[in-house]
Design a protein around this ligand. Structure first.
Ligand code: AGP
Length: 604
């Protein structure tokens, strides 16, 4: 979603912030802009890629700049709605991530005072409001403005009277300060500035930051100066190349065996439960996440409930926050509920809000996250870091894979700890988890046969994905992948549920992808396939190697490598990712940056 970068130092700021802004492009945006200090504040902004803005940008000698990539929330993508927003007198420029809930009433009141708005954006109230309160100190002016606004935000401001100063603040959305050598940075995301510094400050909500080339100051709401820690973060391997692949998504699909391998050491450690603070008999688990991470959570429910006696509920983050309190809250400490939050980015606003709600209720919180140092990892009680490496494609692939792996590892640890797995059984599970990378490599090696299936889907009106038991979440994930990158309508369903309504939609132009592994639901699934076939829907099945029956009732089939059905979600996921990828490729969509979507969803 929106990205913010600011620089103040002794070098030409324009080049630095634009280069940093480009590091955030993968997150999705529709316009970009920059403000520099020339004789007064100069703003340049344009709809479309950063290159559009660069093409109209004049030279600059400014050593201070703020820049922004916008993902529209209030008002269409346009030059006027792009950030930074300024004052008509060119005294100030503001960039904003998030949303201002009460902007309409503030706008009306500012308009009645004579302020002239040029955009539809909620953010445009900020430069006017801050200017109105400005009397020589930018920190003070921003603080006064904060008393009026409600919402979630990261804000960065520059003012003509303070040419070497950036003032910034956050509430619920990310803000990091990068400390350099006679230069300092503000950013919404460490990726933007890691090239320049690994010394990072993480301000808390409503702490106002003032950075100059030589200083960083933090202030509380009373404007008292406060101490801060500077943390050294691990340098994240920067991903800028597709390594010979046509898209990042395809590269990331093929990186999955390595991602699983790299994550293993983190997951199969000594005493992992103590490390996560899980030192009591857990009575219930709630898993909370969005999108693909939610689907990983659903797989986790099946595996945890199969291996332990612990009941697991799975909720969308955006629903969890407003639902009834978690079961077990308020009971004895020994039954303290565990809430597992899954987010590859660690910055998803809904999941962060859910984490805070869980903590407020007294739950123990554990996050499964792919980005060390991200917001969620700093707010929860325990963290499992997956080691997928940076994921650039908006469609989550390798992070989904390692999230599932983390949940399998957690399930086996919980089962061993509670005695439902003995040591030999635990060791067996561990070795099965270790074999997953080689299993999915076999699917990757078979990608040519997946490509051949594409013509059966490109003209489809709609595609249904069905599965049962642990592969029901994979049906949901298959449908999500397809719709997100190919724009073909797709639905994921438990196979037994189609006859309760959706069967009415099936026909020759509505193919079905059925995941048919040989677990205890196999015979029922066969009947479901027959039902769908009788409605003339073309059936593609994903079945286990050596299955003699399913291919006979399918129009096409794909064989998984030999694998225990409980581990089948891993190779099934690879098959579904590749199928969606090749269909989207055939249709010529923008696979790495699908329309309307963002990699990191920082608004609720
Ligand atoms: C999936 O392909 C999407 N990119 C999306 O559903 C994503 O999984 C969701 O927005 C959650 O993101 P998170 O894991 O970073 O919290």
């Amino acid at each position: 979603m929106c990205g913010i970068v600011g620089y103040t130092g002794h070098k030409p700021a324009q080049e630095i912030v634009i280069e940093s802004l480009k590091k955030l492009e993968y997150r999705g945006y529709d316009s970009s802009g920059i403000a520099t200090y020339e004789d007064n504040i100069r703003i340049c902004k344009k709809e479309g890629p950063i290159a559009n803005m660069e093409s109209v940008l004049s030279e600059s000698t400014s050593t201070t700049a703020i820049a922004h990539t916008r993902w529209a929330t209030h008002g269409v993508p346009s030059d006027a709605n792009a950030h930074p927003h300024g004052h008509t007198d060119n005294s100030i420029a503001v960039v904003h991530n998030g949303t201002i809930d009460n902007y309409l009433s503030i706008r009306e009141s500012l308009e009645s005072e004579g302020y002239n708005f040029l955009s539809e954006s909620d953010s445009e109230i900020l430069p006017f409001l801050i200017s109105k309160y400005y009397s020589g100190d930018l920190v003070e002016a921003l603080n006064k403005a904060l008393h009026e606004i409600q919402g979630i935000f990261t804000i960065a401001v520059i003012h003509e009277n303070h040419p070497d100063e950036i003032v910034a603040v956050r509430n619920e959305t990310p803000l990091v300060i990068g400390v350099g050598n006679s230069e300092n940075f503000v950013a919404s995301d460490i990726y933007a500035i890691l090239k320049y510094t690994q010394q990072i400050i993480y301000p808390e909500d409503y702490q106002i930051v003032r950075v100059t080339a030589e200083s960083v100051e933090l202030f509380d709401a009373e404007l008292k100066s406060i101490d801060y820690n500077v943390e050294t973060v691990e340098k994240y391997t920067e991903v800028s190349e597709k390594g010979g692949f046509e898209h990042f998504m395809l590269k990331e699909i093929f990186e999955q065996p390595k991602a699983l391998q790299d994550s293993l050491t983190e997951l199969l450690v000594e005493s992992p439960l103590e490390r996560l603070g899980l030192n009591w008999k857990i009575g219930s688990i709630s898993i909370v996440a969005c999108g693909t991470s939610y689907h990983a959570g659903l797989v986790g429910k099946y595996v945890i409930e199969q291996l332990t006696a612990i009941p697991v509920s799975v909720s969308y983050s955006s629903e969890f926050r407003y639902a009834a309190p978690v079961q077990g809250v308020g009971g004895l400490l020994s039954s303290r509920p565990l809430v597992v939050l899954i987010s590859q980015s660690g910055e998803t606003a809904d999941t962060l809000a859910a984490a805070r709600a869980a903590k407020q209720q007294g739950c123990h919180t554990v996050a499964i996250c792919n980005v060390p140092g991200s917001r969620i990892t700093r707010e929860v009680d325990g963290v499992i870091i997956t080691k997928s490496g940076q994921e650039i494609g908006v469609a989550a692939t390798k992070t989904f894979m390692t999230q599932m792996q983390a949940l399998y590892a957690l399930a086996t640890h919980l089962a061993f700890n509670s005695g439902s797995l003995d040591h030999p059984q635990y060791k067996l599970w561990e070795s099965e988890i270790r074999r997953i990378p080689s299993k999915i490599t076999q699917v990757l090696n078979n990608c040519e046969s997946i490509k051949k299936l594409v013509p059966h889907f490109t003209r489809a009106k709609s595609v249904f994905f069905v599965g049962r038991n642990i592969n029901y979440p994979l049906a949901l994930e298959g449908a999500l992948k397809l719709k997100e990158i190919s724009y073909i309508h797709a639905e994921g369903y438990p196979a037994g549920e189609l006859k309760h309504g959706p069967l009415a939609l099936l026909g020759e132009d509505t193919p079905v992808v059925a995941i048919a592994v040989q677990d205890h639901t196999y015979s029922k699934l066969m009947s479901n396939i027959e039902e769908m076939s009788a409605r003339k829907a073309p059936i593609l099945t994903v079945c286990q190697k050596g299955d003699q029956q399913v291919p006979k009732i399918s129009d096409y089939h794909f064989e998984l490598p030999e694998i225990d059905p409980v581990l089948s979600p891993f190779p099934v996921a690879v098959f579904l990712q590749l199928l969606s990828y090749y269909i989207a490729h055939d249709l010529g969509t923008d696979i790495d940056k699908p329309r309307n979507l963002a990699k990191s969803v920082t608004v609720e």
